[in-house]
Design a binder for this molecule. Structure first.
Ligand code: DLL
Length: 429
């Protein structure tokens, strides 16, 4: 099923022609209207007219998160303020937020992309989507909301939290589709299971999970608890929010909408472009954004382009699950570790419940605190010792560092409404 079949299955040659035309237009507008880009072109040898092929994009400098911060609040705007109809911000962990502006056309275009994503996963007008992302300055909820309304589904603007109420909404309005973060989906499953509720008595069919990294094991855990299909959804505020890349029913990598974005994978250390199939940092250029075009934005997200064609017939290339962020990686005993490696191991162990935390005590000591499922809390020390040893060994095999593991009762660790905080780095506190 397609929302815009012609563009979703466009011939690659045609797609590239369209990309080039849109890239040239974006560069020309940015270099005329945004002082930051005007400056870049004034200082460098490369001029907008020198971009005559898609490969020429590699000659342009990157835009970094610090550039958006330095130009806060209005510095990256390409249109007069009267044309802006919406502001979102992305706060990140430090410093000033980044301001992201939408014109009317941008709001509509972002909704179009979401509509593609929903129809691609089989949504129909009679579906009911419970939007459990945070409404407000965060893009997650509002951008999805507008896209879902465009498709014509009933949207429940629930926001996150108040889990018992969420469950009643799901029951009363026969919710079929959830839009939710992976950490909140795990928490929801623990509340439902504590309440003795059987997800098969609900009308749920699918969930869109994104906004934070999670592993295939977490997907499986959530799919099997709720008896639904989970689709991975990737996006970032700087590029509209959700709807940048999304899984089709093959559930094997996310189609990145290449008529709206140019994607590159680079080596984060050297900045050199890598071929399809190699892991590196995702760099994105907007092709349709009116209010705030961004050229070669360094997302810091590590992924790769899947070279094979997808069986669904869409020609827009897929990216793999995000492996981690280049700034999420930490080093213990000289070994590079991504939190997601740890999550993958934990979620693959049946006795592990929904929540965990990684505490970096020192440069050679990592503690992994794990909640275990209630059934296993039977008081038999022998069970707990065996489980702890299993977790230590599996983690050591994956990350090559032996962690200390603490087993905890369910509900011990904090739950956040937004993105989960998994790593506590005491070395930098
Ligand atoms: O999280 C937009 C979004 C909302 C995407 C809802 C999907 C669903 P930001 O708050 O700007 O925007 O955070 C963007 O979140 O650079 C990734 O590091 C991470 N991220 C987003 N989706 C995924 C995903 C929204 N599916 C940052 N897997 C991005 C892994 C993800 N990481």
């Amino acid at each position: 099923m397609f929302w815009q079949k012609d563009i979703e299955t466009i011939d690659r040659k045609e797609l590239e022609k369209l990309q080039l035309k849109r890239l040239q237009n974006t560069i020309s507008r940015a270099s005329k209207n945004i002082p930051f880009y005007k400056d870049i072109f004034a200082k460098s040898d490369i001029k907008p007219k020198d971009i005559t092929s898609l490969r020429d994009i590699e000659k342009l400098p990157f835009t970094k998160t610090e550039d958006l911060r330095a130009n806060y609040p209005f510095g990256m705007l390409a249109v007069p303020k009267e044309k802006v109809v919406r502001l979102h911000t992305s706060s990140g962990t430090t410093g000033k937020p980044k301001a992201i502006f939408f014109s009317k056309k941008d709001v509509n275009q972002a909704a179009e992309l979401i509509a593609r994503c929903l129809i691609m996963t089989g949504v129909k007008k009679d579906d009911v989507l419970q939007n459990m992302m945070t409404y407000g300055l965060f893009t997650g909820a509002l951008v999805m909301h507008y896209g879902a309304e465009k498709v014509g589904v009933l949207v429940i603007p629930a926001g996150p939290g108040n889990t018992k109420k969420q469950i009643s909404l799901m029951q009363d309005f026969k919710t079929t589709t959830l839009h939710i973060t992976p950490s909140y989906a795990l928490y929801l499953s623990s509340v439902m299971s504590n309440e003795g509720l059987n997800p098969s008595d609900f009308s749920l069919r699918r969930a869109y999970l994104g906004s934070e990294p999670y592993s295939e094991e977490t997907r499986k855990k959530i799919e099997s608890f709720f008896n639904i299909d989970v689709y991975n959804s990737y996006g970032l505020s700087e590029m509209n929010g959700p709807g940048v890349a999304f899984e089709c029913t093959e559930k094997n990598g996310m189609h990145l909408w290449e008529d709206n974005f140019i994607m590159e994978i680079i080596n984060p250390e050297t900045g050199k472009t890598l071929p399809d199939g190699e892991k590196g940092e995702l760099v994105l250029t907007t092709l349709c954004r009116e209010a705030m075009p961004i050229i070669r934005y360094r997302t810091r997200d590590i992924t790769m382009i899947i070279p094979e064609k997808c069986r669904c017939g869409r020609t827009h290339r897929r990216i793999s699950r995000i492996i981690g962020r280049s700034d999420d990686m930490f080093i213990v005993k000289g070994v590079n570790i991504f939190p997601q490696q740890i999550e993958r191991v934990l979620m693959g162990i049946k006795a592990v419940a929904q929540n965990y935390q990684i505490v970096l005590e020192s440069y050679d000591r990592m503690i992994v605190r794990v909640e275990i499922s209630r059934e296993l809390f039977d008081g038999r020390v022998e069970h707990l010792v065996n489980l702890k040893n299993e977790i230590v060994e599996k983690l050591r095999a994956e990350v090559l560092v032996r962690p200390d593991v603490e087993l905890l009762e369910p509900g011990t660790l904090p739950v956040t409404e937004g993105k989960a905080v998994r790593v506590i780095d005491k070395r930098t506190l």
